[in-house]
Design a protein around this ligand. Structure first.
Ligand code: X8Z
Ligand code: ZN
Length: 615
């Protein structure tokens, strides 16, 4: 299922694959007289009429699709196909419109004369063609089959009943075991439970691969991965080289963390022989993407501080943080319509329990779908999701047409909230909130280590495993009997992690990660978003706050708020490269991220003295 309106997925349909470099946000209706070509005013007017009509219909169909998807993702009842059928109908209607040959033809005709149009019009036409490529009505049966397969895949993933020792458990339960349990046998059981769902998703993902590729091939893209990368104005090769570069830049640090973790975890679990590769079930996360719960920093125990506050406090607190920077309060409808907390144990239905943020009508109806519990992981995730929400609210303004209400690129959309999450975990911020004792002495290196175990360990997973597996899956047509083999090859190569026992092709472990199913071929967004977030954070700390990037307090700083608002305001009408350069003085670069963690290297080298390095 392609939830086009969710988080970065808004951008997936709305972002133009622009080759025009402009940040112009001028009102297109008032510029018709400014051109020299005699026929241009008329052409501009015609283009504008087409864009306006398209936008109006698009917004209606999009809203209907979002409403149906919302229902499908918040009320999953096994064996009841009512929601799925309604969702399919709404998505088919949206697809029939966005991919209609008439719309494609008209947009193409205007694009042939694009030098007579203004930049904002060109960007909107590109957005129209980009959306069309995902739904071309030249192959209506393929598009219909894909929509059906996507809905079914999500229902299978989120309708799944995870059983541990014969008892139903939630993914939050599994995550808590992986974070806290010291008994390796119990960890293994929980990890295995978390992977069982993949067996049910195998046929579906293979079917989706073919349908997704066929859909975009119809309008000339090589494959689905190339289609998604083109949203950044990049070829798939360029995207993969960028991912390699990010991986390489962080590799020295990752090697130290990997070595450190093997020895420390072996000690913790009472295993004498330190393994060369990390057993997947030793790590505090189902995919080994975040290891931060491994380290407890004395005086900075966020889990303990958050527990008595409760889950609601976390959402309200994240809102207060954004408001303190000058952003508005969330609309009342956000709280009325969102689904923020886990369902009660006796609920007769299930819901999608992976966090997401929705821009329901591309106007003022913004919602989150979360299962917030009072702990550090959800505290961070809540800040992340509200980043999407405030991005939606900020680019919903008269200067940004409906079709360009997306991020400067998808990575920006992911980066803003993650930046706020990082800032909301730093000591001066927490002390200011009285979540920790101001006077408590805390160990700075342990704090940095904990952060590295979250942000740095994420890179081999995102830039490496996820990106390369999806690249091979879509662009190289990875054979059906090698899905799991390739997955674990990449996990070993990039993350230095191995499964607890042989994982044959009866499993499809990649599909246990939601994005493989419902946010396909774009996980590099997150890798890039971390790189961007450290660039933004470095700039904010040094140039706005004049504080050490390791110990900032953004709270209440309107200048920081203005800086972020300026980035978010133009949405996808901005050129993402120019935006980064203008705002930070730099091109996209892992420099700031590497510099942030540099002080750790010496410490880890000292800890790892005499230890065997294996990656
Ligand atoms: O999926 C997410 C967000 C929703 S856009 C919660 N993230 C990635 C993940 O959980 O795998 C945030 C960081 C990585
Ligand atoms: Zn996100």
């Amino acid at each position: 299922m392609k939830r086009i309106f969710v988080t970065g997925m808004t951008a997936a349909i709305l972002l133009s694959c622009s080759t025009q470099k402009t940040t112009s946000t001028t009102d297109t209706t008032s510029t018709t007289t400014q051109t020299q070509a005699p026929e241009a005013p008329d052409l501009k007017q015609q283009a504008q009429t087409f864009i306006d009509n398209y936008s109006k219909q698009f917004q209606q169909l999009y809203t209907a699709s979002a409403e149906a998807e919302w229902r499908s993702n918040t009320h999953i009842v096994e064996g009841d196909a009512t929601n799925a059928a309604a969702t399919r109908r709404a998505n088919e209607a949206l697809a029939a419109f966005t991919g209609s040959t008439e719309n494609i033809q008209q947009a193409r005709t205007f694009m042939e004369q694009k030098n007579q149009l203004d930049d904002l019009q060109v960007k909107q036409l590109e957005a129209i063609l980009y959306a069309a490529a995902n739904n071309p009505q030249t192959v209506p049966d393929v598009v219909k089959a894909r929509i059906k397969a996507e809905t079914e895949q999500t229902e299978k993933l989120y309708g799944y009943d995870y059983k541990l020792n014969g008892k139903s458990v939630s993914t939050n339960d599994i995550d808590n075991i992986l974070k806290n349990e010291k008994d390796v046998k119990k960890r293994l059981a929980a990890w295995q439970t978390s992977k069982e769902v993949g067996k049910n998703l195998r046929e579906g993902i293979l079917n989706l691969r073919d349908l997704r590729n066929k859909t975009v091939q119809s309008l000339g893209y090589d494959d689905y991965f190339s289609y998604q990368a083109s949203d950044y104005d990049m070829s798939r090769e360029e995207m993969m080289s960028l991912m390699q570069k990010i991986n390489e830049e962080l590799r020295p640090l990752y090697r130290e963390l990997h070595t450190y973790a093997r020895y420390e975890l072996a000690k913790k679990y009472g295993v004498k022989q330190v393994p060369d590769y990390l057993p997947a079930h030793w790590l505090p996360n189902r995919w080994g993407q975040d290891w931060s719960p491994m380290v407890e920093v004395k005086g900075l125990d966020l889990d303990a501080a958050l527990k008595p506050k409760g889950e609601e406090w976390q959402v309200k607190q994240a809102e207060r943080f954004y408001v303190s920077l000058g952003f508005p309060n969330l609309p009342a409808s956000f709280y009325e319509k969102s689904s923020l907390y886990p369902l009660p144990a006796n609920a007769k239905y299930k819901k999608n329990n992976h966090a997401s943020a929705w821009h329901m009508n591309l106007e003022d109806d913004v919602r989150c779908l979360m299962s917030v519990e009072p702990n550090a992981e959800w505290y961070e995730t809540t800040h992340h999701e509200l980043g999407h929400i405030y991005y939606y609210m900020t680019y919903t303004n008269p200067d940004v047409p409906v079709l360009l209400r997306g991020g400067a690129n998808r990575a920006y959309h992911e980066g803003i909230g993650s930046l706020m999450g990082l800032a909301a975990m730093q000591k001066p911020f927490l002390a200011n909130l009285n979540l920790i004792d101001k006077n408590a002495k805390t160990d700075e290196i342990q704090t940095l280590l904990k952060e590295a175990l979250s942000y740095v360990t994420f890179i081999p997973f995102s830039a490496g495993v996820m990106s390369e597996w999806e690249h091979d899956f879509y662009a190289k047509n990875l054979p059906a009997d090698q899905l799991n083999k390739r997955w674990w090859e990449l996990v070993k190569k990039y993350q230095g992690i191995v499964p607890p026992a042989e994982r044959g092709e009866q499993f499809t472990d990649a599909t246990t990660k939601t994005h493989i199913n419902d946010d396909p071929a774009q996980y590099y967004d997150y890798a890039m978003s971390y790189v961007i977030l450290f660039q933004l954070h470095d700039h904010i700390a040094k140039n706005i706050l004049k504080q050490d990037p390791h110990a900032t307090n953004y709270y209440g700083n309107k200048e920081v708020g203005n800086f972020l608002r300026d980035i978010m305001y133009p949405g996808a009408s901005a050129d993402w490269r120019k935006m980064l350069k203008d705002k930070t003085g730099e091109e996209l670069s892992a420099r700031a991220m590497v510099a942030y963690f540099q002080p750790l290297i010496d410490y880890l080298k000292e800890q790892n003295k005499g230890r065997k390095y294996t990656i």
